[in-house]
Design a protein around this ligand. Sequence first.
Ligand code: KIV
Ligand code: ZN
Length: 524
Amino acid sequence: MSTQSPTQTTGTRDRVLIFDTTLRDGEQCPGATMTFDEKLAVAELLDTMGVDIIEAGFPIASIGDFEAVSEIARRTKRATIAGLARAITADIARAGEAVRHAQRGRIHTFVSTSPIHLAHQMRKTQDEVLDIILKTVAQARDLVEDVEWSAMDATRTPIDYLCRCVEAAIKAGATTINLPDTVGYATPAEYREMFRSVRERVPNADRAIFSVHCHNDLGLAIANSLAGIEGGARQVECTINGIGERAGNAALEEIVMAIRTRADVMPYETGIESQMLTRASKLVSHATNFPVQFNKAIVGRNAFAHESGIHQDGMLKNSETYEIMTPASVGLTKTSLVMGKHSGRAAFRSKLDDLGLHLSDNQFQDAFERFKALADRKKHVYDEDIEALVDENLATAQDRIRLVSLSVIAGTRGPQRATLRIQDEAGSRIEEADGNGPVDAVFNAIRALVPHEAQLDLYDVHAVTGGTDAQAEVTVRLRDADRSITARGADPDTLVASAKAYLSALNKFSAQAVRLHAQHAAAE
Ligand code: KIV
Ligand code: ZN
């Protein structure tokens, strides 16, 4: 069956548009908050790698979101910039204002359509919702040419009613129709049939591009997205590393590489430069402080690692025995140069370039000094060490509270005791604290020096590389009444890394508070 529509064809293969929502659905998941600068950096990379549409945020949600969407809209050269809006007049006006300066701006408005959402969340009848769709899509279309309408919880919506909603949205001016599997409930066959059916039954369906948007609650987000494309969708909504609400969204890198690697059975193409996928994954992981699981498809640390003897033997004879795509095709380069204490500035700069890490002169100087200090303590400095070091370097540049020194008494005879000195606007201060274990003692010392309400939600340690002299990378997540912030710290000493991670989370809390305060003051 041909699922081709005149609006969606490019060349011999159908072009599937990539709509990245890392900065909206991705950032929405607990603990994945990004700073303004991090959002700009992510958007710039997405644009460079060929993403067609970047959903840059939810402008009405906060002044911070509005400003990030506006700035991304101003700076982006190629991609369309979308701002999300509920089916509410004020939301749509705000989204329109945020994307106003984009070369190509889109308003993405959504409303729930399933009986369970209508009854319990919206408390509206089906006819009332139809009326809302007509009015809000028309309002958006008055502001921009490019309007996307989403039927939230489409996969639990009766097909007859879904068709009426889609018809109304297109009639009111929607140019893209998104049918999300909001709760990750659909199976691939159901999702494919939903698209086929809606496209066949809705009389004006040929006037819009259809879009998939899948959540991964049952681990089916990629299978469902591909099935939706088979059903006629030509836009995929996805996020880098699959971050997003609950179990996350469909991962951009998985969709792109599935389409590319199985071109023999999928007659589609995307505009993504796949060699940039590893970089994008690392950037988003660093910005959100969400580690990528080791066995994650495409970008996980083990995705191209061959451990068993039989596999290694096959790989040595011909890499195609066990590799369906090359590491280079996703931008994974082999470590060509291990750095050490004799490596100079030029080698360090060239390594940063290879890793896709671009630093300002000051940042470079700082990173180089940290690298030298690390190389004095560690014989071989690997790529992962340098990434951890630069990551920390960027995070600490504007820190309010800095770690000056730490010493810890640990061992079999407790209690363990930490002596910690910090520097902040009140000067240099020291505190001693006991704990049930050395980490507890360190964190108790920090709590005594910087009293705060936030609770520790997550404490996680992993070795950045192999070897007993490896750097420890510690992840800490703190949560207060309405925010959850994750931060990382790295050091060859696990306890120093723990203190750095905890202080970094506190710094992020206060940086966010200062920014919000400044934004409120500016808005008054
Ligand atoms: O999952 C969902 O339904 C969404 C909509 C806002 C598109 O994210
Ligand atoms: Zn979603």
